[in-house]
Design a protein around this ligand. Structure first.
Ligand SMILES: [Zn+2]
Ligand SMILES: [Zn+2]
Length: 147
């Protein structure tokens, strides 16, 4: 789904039963434009210039509302670090320990069929990998070459 204009976002939020206030529209638009799995602080730092009355609490409660409506998902890779993802389709994440970026990675949905939950009913699956991203690897190679 691609809703980018304010009007489209407004209609989309309304269709999900969300009252489309300007702040909510702006937060949703930010997530659409920045597919980098931002944290509350990242969104705040960017939007406060445009909306001086915005608070981190508003962003936090708005994101929780979006999560409860199923239009945004919450990802937690590390303790105490919550990130938000506009892509709610099943996919995995790769977090780079060097630059801290979180990338999307493809996972085959069939992978979940092989996971035994011992009779417990699963609701959500989270799949992530920690490592060094290819950009950081490239940089390392260049540094070695220059030394
Ligand atoms: Zn990296
Ligand atoms: Zn993602």
């Amino acid at each position: 789904m691609q809703q980018n204009s304010i009007y489209e976002i407004k209609e989309f939020l309304r269709s999900k039963g969300i009252n489309p206030s300007l702040q909510r529209i702006k937060i949703y638009q930010y997530l659409l434009k920045n597919r980098t799995h931002p944290r509350v602080e990242d969104i705040y730092a960017e939007l406060v210039n445009e909306i001086p009355t915005l608070s981190k609490t508003t962003i936090y409660t708005t994101l929780n509302l979006f999560v409860s409506k199923g239009i945004v998902s919450k990802i937690m890779i590390e303790d105490g670090e919550v990130r938000y993802d506009i892509d709610t389709t099943p996919h995995g994440h790769f977090k780079c320990i060097k630059c801290g970026r979180v990338y999307d990675i493809d996972i085959k949905p069939s992978i979940f069929k092989d996971i035994s939950t011992d009779g417990h009913q699963p609701i959500e699956y989270h799949f992530y990998v920690i490592g060094i991203c290819k950009e950081c690897l490239e940089k390392e190679k260049e540094e070695v070459a220059q030394a």
